[in-house]
Design a binder for this molecule. Sequence first.
Ligand SMILES: [Zn+2]
Length: 139
Amino acid sequence: MKRIDFYQLVDEAIKARENAYAPYSGFTVGAALLMADEKVYTGCNIENAAYSASMCAERVAFSKAVSDGYHNKGDFTAIAVVGAPKDKNPDTPCPPCGVCRQVMAEFSDPNNFLVIMTGEDGIPEVHSLAELLPMSFTL
Ligand SMILES: [Zn+2]
C-alpha cells in the first residue's frame, strides 16, 4: 500500500456505509477500494425488492472503478469492508460474499490484493484475496 493506510481506508468504508440502502436485510455495508494510483472508490450495498437485483458494497466500488476505465489487475490494490446491522457499530469483521470475491479475482492479482475488515476492537484484519478465495475460477 502507498501513502493511504489501512485505517484511512476503513474510515472511507465507514463513511460509505452511511449511504447504504438496505430496507430488506437491515444490514448496511460500506466498502472503500484503493487503486494503485491512490484513488479511492467507495460503495455501499443497494438492495432491491427483487432480491437478485441487489448489489453488494464491494461490487458497487469495483463497478465505479471499472466504469472509470480501470481494467488492469495491477490497478487494484486493496479494499476495506465494514458491515453490521443498521444503526449498530460493527462488532465482528464483515467478510465479502463469494460473488464479490470472484469479482475481485477478475480484476486483481489475488496474491497481491488485500481485503481489510474490522470488528469491535477497530484493529484491521487483513487477508490476501488468495487466502479468501483459493482456486478461484479463471479462464
Ligand atoms: Zn458481496
